[in-house]
Design a protein around this ligand. Structure first.
Ligand code: FAD
Length: 515
């Protein structure tokens, strides 16, 4: 273990690869797939703040190709391999400078089946690690009337990419993150071995890889649990001026995760108490014919307000009055500002694809392709009120040009055998600062936004908040050690077992390629 630790990445250590190594490497891999040179896609990501020069972008035909690539890379002293899902990372996590980037989007087979799981006939979908969740949704719902239970808000992400982190949205309070909804995977480890793993078979590989930041293996297939797809969704937004009332109500709803009578989706966000076109009052209504009446906001409200966002699934055959009754029984217990309630009916597919419409708009006005210095945190329930006071009401009181999500999740819905790390306590909050601004000089310089993120993290540290970065990004071993806390040694042991040469996911900057 100690010898292994010596190989850990030192701060800003450059990765090196002699030019002369390039030719023997690539020509020696006998692949069914193809190799592309100078791919701009492999050199960038959604964050748009890092640029690397990969040696090649490989489009594998199957897990056998990925195994060959990894084994081959192992023969070169500094060669690394990065699985690239849809490249929606922020800080270069799916990149490999001077190494090989694998285009996982070629591994995208989707197959729905019925199996026996824990003694019950159960519908599941076997999905290639590079399939987009949007593709999974369409195939499962349109062809089989079935759907995975746990999603991300935006579905242009790959199955392997979100399972390497967690994968959360408003269903996670009930069903757990996406990592809690996978029952089997095919993984190619950093040793080049193709392993089928589950809770009963090679279970250590299974749990290592889930939430494992791509460090232990490449997910080439995942078996995801399905449920009958709901047909319709009642989508509701409720406004709060008081943070304690907001969190009490949100926590009341998520605490009913085992009850049939709760919403199927619970999220929420902070918005500015003004007419800011992006973060202000108008970000709340769900339809263009709905208006936000600011005179209804209590005069003692602060610079920011809160919006609880909930949704109820139902089917076409349900009586509208019965759906209304369930909604009213739940909403009736909540303390939102009277008159500031918005709702809309839509199909389940429309609801799950709601962020796609925002993507199209953002692409059209140039903010999709601009840099995105996003910050995602998990903050303990014990510190969320202070976080609201110091961060939302002070640093971010003018908004960020995009959504500021804050909603509760339950630790008991996460499996602590996975590699993901969370704050202590049963309830913690996802805080997502999803900045969308025009590129400088039309928008603020990206450095300014990064330093605002740093200030937020520093305030959390200075105030002793119990928090974890979601999609963590550190440049030093000390940062990673602190991130993993008492799980650090387990993470290092897992690395030593499944990727001892530290070939995989170099863009996470946790371990340094060795031997
Ligand atoms: P990439 O960015 O390509 O890769 C991420 C990491 O996983 C890299 O280290 C990569 O090497 C590794 N990796 C990729 N594929 C595999 C594989 N098959 N096997 C092993 N390792 C692999 N997250 C949420 O939880 N909820 C949300 O609602 C949500 N919404 C988002 C909306 C947008 C617009 C964006 C940009 C991101 C959002 N995210 C959300 C974050 C997203 O889940 C992560 O950034 C995720 O890693 C992106 O998936 P990807 O396929 O693009 O992965």
């Amino acid at each position: 273990m100690i010898a292994y630790l010596e190989y850990l990445l030192q701060e800003n250590q450059p990765e090196t690869m002699a030019e002369s190594d390039e030719i023997p490497l690539l020509s020696a891999i006998d692949l069914r797939g193809t190799i592309e040179h100078n791919s701009p896609l492999a050199a960038t990501d959604f964050g748009g703040m890092q640029n690397t020069k990969p040696l090649a972008f490989i489009h594998p035909a199957g897990s056998d190709d990925i195994s060959k690539i990894i084994r081959h890379a192992g023969r070169f002293s500094s060669m690394t391999v990065a699985a690239r899902g849809n490249g929606h990372s922020i800080n270069g996590q799916a990149m490999s400078n001077n190494g090989l980037v694998v285009n996982m989007k070629t591994i995208k087979k989707i197959c729905v089946k019925r199996i026996n799981f824990r003694g019950n006939a159960t519908y599941v979908v076997d999905v290639g690690g590079g399939a987009l969740w949007e593709e999974v949704l369409k195939r499962c719902v349109l062809e089989h009337g079935l759907a995975p239970r746990s999603w991300t808000d935006y579905l242009g992400l790959t199955v392997g990419g979100t399972l390497s982190n967690g994968g959360v949205s408003g269903q996670a309070f009930r069903h757990g993150p996406q990592t809690s909804n996978v029952i089997e995977m095919e993984v190619v480890t950093g040793n080049g071995e193709v392993v089928i793993c589950s809770e009963n078979q090679s279970s250590d590989v299974f749990y290592s890889v889930l939430g494992g930041l791509g460090q232990f293996g490449v997910i080439t297939r995942a078996r995801v649990l399905l449920q009958p797809a709901p047909e319709l969704v009642r989508w509701i937004r409720l406004v709060y001026s008081n943070f304690d009332e907001y969190t009490n109500d949100a926590e009341f709803l998520v605490s009913r995760s085992e009850s049939d009578e709760s919403f199927d989706y619970v999220e929420g966000f902070v918005f500015t108490n003004n007419d800011d076109p992006v973060n202000g009052w108008q970000s709340v209504p769900l339809n263009s014919d709905q208006i936000f009446d600011p005179t209804l906001v209590p005069c003692y409200a602060g610079p920011v307000l809160y919006c609880l966002e909930v949704a109820l699934h139902y089917s076409k055959s349900d009586e509208p009055s019965a759906v209304d009754m369930v909604v009213e029984r739940l909403v009736g217990r909540l303390s939102f500002v009277e008159g500031l309630r918005y709702e809309r009916e839509l199909s389940y597919m429309e609801f799950l694809l709601r962020v796609k419409r925002d993507e199209q708009q953002a692409r059209a006005n140039g903010i999709w392709d601009a840099p995105h210095p996003w910050l995602n945190l998990f903050v303990s329930k014990t510190d969320i009120a202070a976080f609201n006071h110091l961060i939302f009401n002070q640093i971010l009181s003018h908004g960020i040009g995009g959504p500021m999500l804050v909603y509760p999740l339950l630790r008991s819905k996460w499996d602590n055998r996975t590699s993901a790390v969370l704050p202590e306590g049963e309830v913690f909050y996802l805080v997502a600062l999803l900045r969308f601004t025009l590129p400088y000089p039309k928008g603020p310089p990206v450095e300014e936004l990064i330093s605002q993120n740093d200030e937020i993290i520093n305030r959390c540290i200075r105030n002793g908040f119990d928090f974890k970065l979601y999609f963590p990004h550190y440049n030093s071993e000390e940062g990673w050690k602190q991130h993993f806390g008492n799980q650090w040694s387990r993470f290092v042991e897992r690395k030593a077992k499944y990727d001892p040469k530290a070939i995989l996911a170099p863009g996470q900057k946790i371990f340094r390629r060795n031997r």
